[in-house]
Design a protein around this ligand. Structure first.
Ligand SMILES: Nc1nc2c(ncn2[C@@H]2O[C@H](COP(=O)(O)OP(=O)(O)OP(=O)(O)O)[C@@H](O)[C@H]2O)c(=O)[nH]1
Ligand SMILES: [Mg+2]
Length: 266
């Protein structure tokens, strides 16, 4: 998807405050502080269109964004943060449920999970609501950069197991490294009904150059790694050769000494 424009539309807590339904809409839901706003910013190539914060539970409203004047993204308030006042956490359920039930332009929900945590009650409730309202979902497992590759695999398998899904159904993501961005877009495009998104030269070139830089960086890293490996191998060979030469020299000296002592070569 080529992003030509993205802008904040409005905040809402009830249907009368929602923007007029019309363009197809994708909502982003998940536990408080899981990385919903960060994911939206990465998808839109924006640093701070959606406020991301280190204080959990900051987004307590339904925030609507207009993208390319063609579709909307909706940042839903996060659930499950203990320090949110009871009055707020009580209204969270009905607020989300009403939105999921009544929003006619809603095409699907991106559900975001933290790779380090197994899904719990909050996630199961959300899945129940999605099933109940027959809403398509994309499950994104974020903060992958917090774990090693081996751990990532283990955690994906565990989360998939708890959800009775296959690990390949989950999208591994990181807002830090942008891992998984393309996979999320592919699925979002499909939900929006944009199978062949059109391209504009300017933004297309920008994204291409970003991709090129990524590829270049990867290539550079690969070359660096190869050079390091070669240097190590050389150092090893040198070490071995030195050791061999030393051993040979030692043997020779021993032989000489014996010859001197016995008068016979060994
Ligand atoms: N390392 C890492 N940190 C992340 C990632 N995604 C989000 N964060 C951090 O996690 C914190 C919360 O991110 P947000 O995007 O604000 O999370 P949120 O789900 O919108 O939070 P609320 O709106 O408060 O529910 C911020 O400090 C982010 O920088 C990621 O992929 N990797
Ligand atoms: Mg947020």
């Amino acid at each position: 998807m080529i992003i030509k424009s993205s802008e904040f539309l409005t905040s809402a807590v009830k249907p009368s405050q929602y923007p007029e339904p019309g363009p197809p809409e994708i909502a982003f839901a998940g536990r408080s502080n899981v990385g919903k706003s960060s994911l939206i910013n990465v998808l839109l190539n924006r640093k701070r269109l959606v406020k991301a914060s280190s204080t959990p539970g900051r987004t307590q409203l339904i925030n609507f964004f207009n993208i390319n004047n063609a579709f909307s993204f909706v940042d839903l308030p996060g659930y499950g943060y203990a320090k949110v006042p009871v009055s707020v956490s009580k209204t969270w359920g009905p607020m989300i449920e009403t939105y999921l039930q009544s929003r006619t332009s809603l095409k699907g929900v991106v559900m975001i999970l933290d790779i380090r945590r197994d899904p719990r009650e909050g996630e199961f409730n959300l899945l129940d609501w999605l099933n109940h309202n027959q809403l398509d979902r994309i499950i994104v497992v974020t903060k992958a950069d917090k774990l090693s590759k081996t751990k990532q695999k283990q955690r994906l398998a565990s989360i998939a197991n708890v959800l009775s899904m296959r690990a390949s159904d989950l999208i591994l993501f990181s807002a830090k490294s942008r891992l998984g961005k393309e996979r999320v877009w592919e699925r979002v495009d499909a939900l929006l009904g944009f199978e062949n998104p059109c391209e504009t030269t300017e933004t297309g070139a920008q994204i291409q150059s970003e991709t090129q830089t990524e590829t270049q960086t990867t290539a550079k890293t690969n070359i660096k790694t190869k050079i390091k490996a070669k240097t190590k191998a050389k150092a090893k060979t040198k070490g071995k050769t030195k050791a061999k030469t030393k051993t040979k020299a030692k043997k020779k000296t021993k032989a000489k000494t014996k010859t001197k002592k016995t008068g016979k070569p060994t």
